[in-house]
Design a protein around this ligand. Structure first.
Ligand SMILES: Nc1nc2c(ncn2[C@@H]2O[C@H](COP(=O)(O)OP(=O)(O)O)[C@@H](O)[C@H]2O)c(=O)[nH]1
Ligand SMILES: [Mg+2]
Length: 247
């Protein structure tokens, strides 16, 4: 007898998450277990070097609704999330950043937008609780700057393509995944632009973004910003050649 499909498959890409993983998993389970829908959770570790795989093993020992995969080599954020979306069994498949800078309490609203309100994609539009520290201001400037760039250079109709909080009607996103090429940070913009090009119905739900005290970021500001810009230009060229859609 095949198991009924859960309402939600939540993908949790992991890369050196030990500072916050235990607290975040507790919060996440609290949210999912108090929610009326059914969910499975799929942790995918992308070759972390800080003991995250061992911590996942320990944390998931008594979490029947969760399973985990472990990469030998680092694939990148986009590649890891795509893999998870393909492995998902849920009617809705989505992912969040497990540092919970956007809290998991918005998950039910994302799923409801897809299952009950007819959207194909629901994402969190980050509303920043500003931290007036050099890093806080730099990240805000980068994020706002990049949004402007995505709109100006790629004609993105969206307010926040980079958010690490995206949910999809699983059947609708599979063909879109096949048209995405980037395997790291730019994938977050590419999947939204390809979803738009495919005519998927998208809702961006405002959600509070709050940096965790003492949190560090895996974003390497200069190299990652440069590779972003390179990816934006490459994507524009591909689209201009008319084989933008991943031909
Ligand atoms: N799978 C995978 N995830 C990554 C990688 N690098 C970062 N991430 C994830 O991307 C998310 C956002 O990274 P974070 O460091 O919080 O960036 P920030 O919030 O933009 O400063 C986190 O959940 C990280 O685990 C990677 O190489 N592979
Ligand atoms: Mg983060």
């Amino acid at each position: 007898m095949t198991e009924p499909r859960p309402d939600l498959s939540l993908i949790v890409p992991c890369y050196n998450e030990t500072p916050h993983l235990e607290r975040s998993v507790r919060e996440l389970l609290l949210t999912l277990r108090n929610w009326s829908g059914t969910a499975e959770v799929l942790f995918i570790d992308d070759a972390s070097r800080d003991g995250t795989p061992q911590l996942i093993e320990r944390l998931l020992a008594d979490v029947p609704e969760a399973r985990a995969q472990y990469h030998e080599t680092n694939v990148g954020r986009g590649g890891t999330v795509s893999e998870g979306l393909r492995l998902a069994r849920g009617r809705v498949a989505g992912f969040i950043d497990i540092d919970l800078e956007i809290h998991c309490r918005y998950i039910p609203a994302m799923v409801q937008a897809i299952l009950d309100e007819g959207y194909d994609v629901a994402t969190a539009h980050r509303v920043y609780k500003m931290k007036f520290t050099p890093t806080g201001i730099l990240r805000w400037v980068l994020s706002v700057g990049y949004r402007g760039l995505a709109r100006a250079m790629l004609g993105s109709p969206f307010r926040d393509t980079e958010t690490g909080y995206k949910f999809f009607r699983r059947e609708a996103v599979l063909p879109v995944l096949d048209r995405c090429r980037d395997r790291h940070w730019f994938w977050d913009t590419e999947v939204m632009l390809e979803a738009h090009a495919a005519g998927l119905k998208v809702i961006e739900i405002p959600a509070l973004f709050q940096r965790q005290p003492g949190a560090t970021s895996s974003l390497r500001v200069v190299p990652d910003t440069l590779s972003y810009l390179g990816a934006v230009r490459a994507y524009r060229r591909r689209r201009a050649r008319g084989d933008g859609n991943g031909g």
